[in-house]
Design a protein around this ligand. Structure first.
Ligand code: HEC
Ligand code: HEC
Length: 220
């Protein structure tokens, strides 16, 4: 990738710039070890090897930093934080973008330029970064949101909303992003569909989305 700019560009502008660059690139051949192979190796590896992978991930994520922030704390409300996110979840989402199961024209194109090693290094780098609440002071409806969360969401996302391999961390996530994602699931929009989430948000009720967003975005 020939884009070296570390300057600030908004999601739309960055998307346009890199979209042009991507047009010239062919998808890399996918022979050799997969992300899962690399991740499995890292899980068994010693701390030095893991640290080296995180360092490589920090470097490989220089372009991601334009939107997701230097340490995975995003710069824009509609861009998700990746700090503290589970690496397996992150790799699964990258695959979903590539497979067109999750639709975002920009992310889909960008993921094509990363090889399996880079994806894995980036995922373990972000996983090791400290997550901080997107909203430092809990909004008025946070307490109410907690009740809804404990009733409808915690069995998958965990009591502390920190998720796991198959469930995203939600604690501290950007409020705009949470709001938009929940509405997408509610409406089974083409960008992102996952029936169990549609069921959960339907039970939650559209009128309670704001309360849950206030709660989750203020968690550590
Ligand atoms: C131009 C801004 C931009 C850049 C640069 C960017 N992203 Fe994203 N990324 C987004 C947006 C916006 C979304 C949310 C898309 C959606 O709503 O589905 C996203 C979503 C993601 C997600 C899903 C997170 C979740 O919580 O489900 C992952 C993983 C991700 N990006 C990884 C990366 C990586 C790795 C890079 C660098 C190689 C990168 N992104 C570069 C804007 C960007
Ligand atoms: C049956 C298990 C389950 C339940 C219950 C559940 N979720 Fe989820 N949730 C998931 C899974 C799995 C995903 C990732 C799905 C995908 O890949 O699109 C997800 C994704 C999300 C996302 C997108 C996060 C991101 O980083 O992109 C949000 C926000 C979310 N859930 C919030 C909630 C809330 C709020 C509730 C309760 C009203 C809830 N979930 C209930 C399993 C669940």
């Amino acid at each position: 990738m020939s884009i070296k700019s570390r300057g600030r560009c908004g999601p739309a502008l960055c998307g346009a710039i890199i979209g042009l660059a991507l047009g010239a690139l062919a998808a890399p051949a996918s022979a050799g070890p997969t992300e899962r192979d690399y991740l499995a190796r890292l899980v068994k590896a010693g701390p030095a090897e893991l640290q080296a992978a995180r360092e490589a991930g920090r470097k490989a994520s220089f372009f991601c930093a334009n939107c997701h922030g230097e340490t995975g704390l995003s710069k824009y409300g509609e861009v998700p934080n990746l700090a503290g996110q589970n690496p397996v979840y992150v790799l699964n989402q990258i695959d979903a973008f590539l497979a067109g199961k999750r639709k975002d024209a920009f992310m889909e194109g960008l993921m094509r330029v990363l090889n399996a090693r880079e994806k894995t290094d980036i995922a373990v780098f972000y996983a090791a970064q400290a997550a901080t609440p997107a909203v430092p002071v809990a909004g008025q409806r946070a307490a109410e949101g907690r009740e809804h969360f404990m009733r409808n969401c915690f069995r998958c996302h965990g009591e502390d909303a920190r998720g796991g391999e198959n469930f995203p961390r939600l604690a501290g996530q950007q409020a705009d992003y949470l709001r938009r994602s929940l509405n997408r699931y509610l409406k089974s929009s083409a960008e992102r569909t996952y029936p169990p989430m549609t069921a959960a948000v339907t039970v939650l009720g559209e009128q309670n989305i704001e309360a849950v967003v206030a709660y989750l975005s203020s968690l550590k």
